[in-house]
Design a protein around this ligand. Structure first.
Ligand SMILES: CC(C)(COP(=O)(O)OP(=O)(O)OC[C@H]1O[C@@H](n2cnc3c(N)ncnc32)[C@H](O)[C@@H]1OP(=O)(O)O)[C@@H](O)C(=O)NCCC(=O)NCCS
Length: 180
């Protein structure tokens, strides 16, 4: 099942078509999308396209966001990890964006931190990735806290200037760097 990493409570593996139910529960929830441009998904078809897009990135680029599963229940918790950025954002291109998104019922358990820390370590030590950055809405304090806990440094606040996928144009956005 394409497992990559095991932590104390979680499994991290490639995202699979069978994750569609968990992804649907996560990405149709307005609370999850509060700091992501407020455009939750609506249909299973949209969710399937996202999963297919990520799996195509594994093939084309060798990397993409990874699924996080709870060991105890085998439930889909969310995703974490790297996305290779080919479009310019905040004057940067061809770098790795680090991010995560969890189903709301799994918030507040330390899972975002546990999975992000393990994924970051795997990216650096096993995949030897360089040029790692992260972005968040300026008000997304939980996400910013996770980034800072795992070692990212805030570089600047910029106005979002790339494809308006998860941000509105010009939205104040934090720019973090992982300095190795
Ligand atoms: C961001 C997200 C992954 C965090 O998940 P989580 O389960 O709360 O994360 P964790 O439990 O590992 O850690 C969160 C930390 O932030 C802290 N925190 C939570 N809400 C906070 C707030 N409003 N202000 C400051 N700190 C906050 C928690 O106390 C915890 O820190 P601690 O372990 O030192 O106590 C989750 O909220 C999510 O999926 N949100 C929707 C998607 C999203 O915004 N992704 C990030 C896009 S950049």
């Amino acid at each position: 099942m394409e497992q990559l990493i095991e932590t104390e409570r979680l499994i991290i593996r490639h995202l699979m078509p069978t994750d569609e139910k968990g992804m649907f529960l996560m990405d149709t929830n307005a609370a999850v999308h509060k700091y992501l441009g407020n455009h939750p998904l609506k249909t299973l078809e949209e969710v399937r396209k996202v999963i297919q897009f990520v799996r195509q990135q594994y093939t084309d680029l060798g990397i993409g966001r990874w699924a996080v599963l709870e060991k105890e229940t085998n439930e889909f918790v969310g995703w974490t990890g790297f996305k290779y950025m080919q479009d310019m954002v905040n004057k940067h291109v061809d770098h790795y964006d680090f991010g995560y998104r969890l189903r709301q019922e799994f918030w507040g358990k330390g899972y975002a931190t546990e999975s992000a820390l393990a994924a970051l370590k795997y990216g650096i030590t096993t995949l030897r990735l360089k040029d790692i950055y992260a972005m968040t809405d300026i008000d997304n304090l939980a996400s910013r806290h996770v980034l800072e806990k795992i070692g990212f440094t805030l570089v600047e606040i910029f106005k979002y200037d790339a494809e308006p996928t998860w941000r509105e144009p010009d939205a104040p956005t934090t720019w973090y760097e992982y300095k190795q």
